[in-house]
Ligand binder design. Structure first.
Ligand code: SF4
Length: 456
C-alpha cells in the first residue's frame, strides 16, 4: 500500500537542510507521497529508508514476462479491481494445449491448427498467444522432444506443463532460449522446480489447492531466488476457482498482500483429465474461459482449437482490456471499398470503430465499389456525435476538403446517414454538393445503393 506523507516523513533525516529544494523534510515527504518528487533528490536519506520506500512504491501485482521477440507476452501489474476505476493493463493470454503424446503428422497438424488461430475484429488483430505443452506421456524424453518440435514450428510463446522436475529440466534444456513459462511447482516439488526456473531465468507457476497454501508456496519459491511467479489454483470446482481468483485479486490490490501479488493462470480443462489433442466441449470451454477472463485470470489454457470458441474469448479480452475512457477509433480519411472510380458513391460516417466497420461490411455486401469518408468525431457514433455537436455541416465540410474528395468523384453527390437527415440543408450550403439522405440503419445500405443510387 502506498505510504502517506507522514509515514514517509518518519523515514527522512528531518534536518530541514533544503538540499532537495523544499523548505522542510515534511514538505518533501508530501511531494513524494504525491509522486511529484523523487527520493534521489534527498542526498541524506539512509539506505534502510530507501529500501522501505522502494518496497512501498513497488506495484501490488508483479509483472511477469515470458516468450521472446514478437512472441513475448506480459501479464500482471494490474492496479484496479474494476475496469471503470482506471483500466486493466495487460490483456489475458489465451494458450491452447498440445499433448506430448502427439507425434509426426498429428503433432504437426495440431501445431498448425493452434498457429492459425489469429483473427481480425474492428481493425484489430486478435489471436492465441501461447502454446501449453502438456506432459501427458509421463516420459521426460517425449516431453522434451515435443517442446523442442513446437518451439521450432511455432512463433507463439511456450508454457511447459508437467508435474515432474525431471521432465521440466529435460524440456527447459531444449527451450530455455525461448523463455518459456514453467508450470507448475507444487509444495512437494517447489524446491526442484525453483532451481530449474532460477538457473534458466524462466518464470514459474506455483500451484496449490487453497489461497493459504499458495501464499506459503510463493514465499518458499521466492526464498529460492525466483521473483517471477504465476499463481494457479488447482483441484477446485469452477465456482470455487472463480471465487478464490477474486479473493486473490482483492488481497493483492486492496491489502497489498505480497505473497499473492502475482498474475494467475487457470486451466479451463483439468490437466489431469486432459485427453491430449482431442477437443472436449468447445462451447463450454468458451463460456468458462470468458468467466475466468472477467474474474481475474491472467492466462487461460484451453484444449479447443475451434475458432467459434476462441473468438468469444478474444473478443471478451479486447473489450475488457480497452481503455474505457478512449473509444476505439479508426483513422479519419477516405476508405475505398472495392475499386471505386469517379462515378462511385461517396458517403460519410464517424470514426467510432464499431460504426465504421459495420458500415464497411454493409457497403461491401452491396457489391458496389464506393468511397467512405470517415469524419473525426473523437470516436463517437453518428447520433452521439451529432448530439454533442462533433458532427455538423462544418466538420463534414472540413473532412471533405482535407480528404480532397473533389479529386475522387465527379458527380458532387454525398450520401449522409439517415439519422442526421436534419443537417441536409446546411450541409448543401456549406459544401455546394447535393446531399442524398441514406437509410437510418446501415444494414439497409446494400438495398439503398442498389435501388436508389443506381437509379439516380
Ligand atoms: S534534502 Fe532531505 S533532509 Fe534535507 S530537507 Fe530535503 S528531505 Fe529533508
Amino acid at each position: 500500500m502506498a505510504l502517506t506523507g507522514l509515514q514517509i516523513f518518519k523515514l527522512l533525516p528531518k534536518t530541514n537542510c533544503k538540499k532537495c529544494g523544499m523548505p522542510t523534510c515534511l514538505a518533501f515527504a508530501m511531494q513524494l507521497a504525491q509522486k511529484r518528487a523523487k527520493l534521489e533528490d534527498c542526498p541524506d536519506v539512509s539506505e534502510e529508508a530507501k529500501e522501505q520506500l522502494a518496497a512501498a512504491a513497488a506495484p501490488p501485482m508483479q509483472l511477469v514476462t515470458f516468450g521472446t521477440g514478437e512472441a513475448q507476452v506480459q501479464v500482471g501489474q494490474e492496479t484496479v479491481m474494476f475496469r471503470h476505476e482506471e483500466k486493466f493493463h495487460n490483456p489475458t493470454i489465451v494458450a491452447v494445449t498440445v499433448s506430448d503424446k502427439l507425434t509426426g503428422e498429428d503433432l504437426k497438424k495440431r501445431i498448425e491448427s493452434v498457429n492459425s488461430l489469429q483473427f481480425e475484429r474492428v481493425g484489430t488483430k486478435l489471436g492465441v498467444k501461447a502454446i501449453a505443452v502438456i506432459n501427458d506421456s509421463g516420459s521426460d524424453d517425449a516431453f522434451a522432444e515435443a517442446c523442442a518440435t513446437i518451439k521450432g514450428a511455432s512463433d507463439l510463446a511456450l508454457i511447459l506443463v508437467t508435474e515432474s522436475p525431471e521432465a521440466m529440466a529435460a524440456a527447459v534444456g531444449k527451450t530455455a532460449d525461448a523463455v518459456p513459462l514453467l508450470a507448475q511447482a507444487a509444495p512437494d516439488t517447489a524446491e526442484a522446480m525453483a532451481k530449474i526456473a532460477k538457473e534458466s531465468s524462466c518464470p514459474l507457476v506455483a500451484k496449490a489447492e487453497s489461497i493459504e497454501t499458495l501464499s506459503e508456496l510463493t514465499e518458499k519459491i521466492k526464498a529460492e531466488g525466483v521473483e517471477d511467479i504465476v499463481l494457479s489454483l488447482d483441484g477446485l470446482s469452477f465456482r470455487d476457482q472463480l471465487f478464490n481468483l477474486s479473493r486473490m485479486r482483492a488481497l493483492s490490490l486492496k491489502k497489498v498482500f505480497r505473497p499473492l501479488g502475482y498474475p494467475s493462470l487457470s486451466f479451463v480443462a483439468d490437466p489431469a483429465s486432459r485427453r491430449g489433442g482431442v477437443d472436449s466441449d468447445s462451447d463450454q470451454q468458451a463460456a468458462m474461459a470468458v468467466s475466468l477472463i472477467c474474474k481475474y485470470s491472467s492466462i487461460v489454457v484451453v484444449d479447443t482449437v475451434e475458432p467459434s470458441a476462441l473468438l468469444p474469448m478474444l473478443t471478451a479480452i479486447m473489450n475488457i482490456f480497452s481503455d474505457p475512457q478512449i473509444p476505439v477509433q479508426v483513422e479519419p480519411k477516405v476508405y475505398p471499398i472495392g475499386e471505386p472510380d469517379e462515378k462511385s458513391p461517396l458517403m460519410f460516417t464517424t470514426n467510432f470503430s464499431l460504426t465504421y466497420y459495420t458500415v464497411e461490411s454493409d457497403v461491401e455486401a452491396s457489391r458496389i465499389p464506393s468511397y467512405i469518408l470517415v469524419v473525426d468525431t473523437e470516436g463517437t457514433s453518428v447520433l452521439t456525435a451529432y448530439s454533442g455537436d462533433k458532427l455538423n455541416e462544418k466538420t463534414v465540410a472540413d473532412a471533405m476538403a482535407k480528404a480532397n474528395v473533389e479529386s475522387l468523384v465527379k458527380h458532387r453527390k454525398l450520401i449522409i446517414p439517415g439519422y442526421v437527415a436534419v443537417m441536409s440543408g446546411k450541409l448543401e450550403e456549406a459544401t455546394n454538393w447535393e446531399v442524398m439522405v441514406g437509410p437510418r440503419e446501415c444494414s439497409m445500405l446494400p438495398k439503398y445503393l442498389q435501388e436508389v443510387w443506381r437509379k439516380d
